[in-house]
Design a protein around this ligand. Structure first.
Ligand code: 6PG
Length: 246
């Protein structure tokens, strides 16, 4: 039975305040997870919105976060080499991971050296080792972005990946830009203890209203597939992105 979940929405005056609030949520989740389970397993979002958060976390006072107990995963990746300007891995390494004391072994990028299908299968196998014995990966916190077409991670409207119900990771196709993608699936993301969307800018106002208040189907706006089974769902938006909400 689908859980009726009402997402939390928090609106901030600007991108800076949004990043600060996101960093506080990261710290709360990290300290809680380490206290309870000795580690913090977090999924990074791609795209440009989280760059401000990543850069903030690379600076004091965020150095005091439990970085050595933090394990880094990705929600999706463009199927390009890690040095490519479009790589989500490159964005996170440059903004945060190369500047924080995270052990290299704790960083789990999505492979992009083979075919998308086999790379996705390899990532799923890696996740199943990390979360051995779990029916789904139990991430502590998954960051997500929101595309203007309603996609999140690399779950795009009308793409087969968006309908995937059993795999944890799969190949996907974007309608524009870098077409070949790897993505966590909606059920894998919905197993997280907490999912937080970061949404910034007036260009996202219409789609954010649609996702939170509209009637588009989840397949037409895949961000609507994200309904954590038992976890918390939160949207952090700046005022520009929240400008169309009733
Ligand atoms: C990606 C992301 C994607 C992103 C949205 C929003 O690989 O592009 O994972 O889902 O979060 O497209 O992107 P922006 O933050 O750049 O607007």
């Amino acid at each position: 039975m689908e859980r009726a979940i009402k997402p939390e929405l928090r609106v901030f005056p600007d991108q800076e305040a949004l990043a600060e609030a996101a960093a506080r949520m990261w710290r709360e989740a990290a300290e809680g997870a380490v206290a309870e389970r000795g580690k913090f397993q977090v999924v990074l979002s791609g795209g440009s919105t989280p760059r401000a958060l990543y850069r903030l976390l690379a600076q004091p006072p965020w150095h005091s976060l439990p970085w050595t107990e933090t394990e880094i995963f990705w929600g999706d990746e463009r199927h390009v080499p890690p040095y490519d300007a479009a790589s989500n891995q490159r964005l996170a390494r440059e903004a945060l991971l190369d500047r924080a004391p995270i052990p290299a072994a704790n960083i789990h990028p999505m492979p992009t050296a083979s075919a998308p299908e086999s790379d996705a299968a390899a990532y799923e196998a890696q996740l199943r080792q990390v979360f051995s014995g779990c029916e789904w990966p139990a991430f502590d916190l998954a960051w997500l972005g929101l595309g203007e077409d309603g996609h999140t991670a690399s779950l795009f409207p009308g793409d087969a990946a968006t309908k995937e119900k059993t795999r944890w990771a799969t190949a996907a196709h974007a309608p524009a830009g870098i077409s070949d993608r790897i993505t966590l699936t909606a059920p894998a993301l919905n197993a997280a203890r907490q999912v937080v969307f970061l949404v910034s800018g007036a260009a996202k106002a219409d789609i954010l209203r649609e996702v939170l208040q509209g009637r588009l189907s989840a397949l037409d706006a895949p961000a609507k597939l994200i309904k954590p089974v038992s976890g918390r769902l939160c949207f952090l938006a700046d005022r520009d992105a929240a400008g169309a909400l009733r």
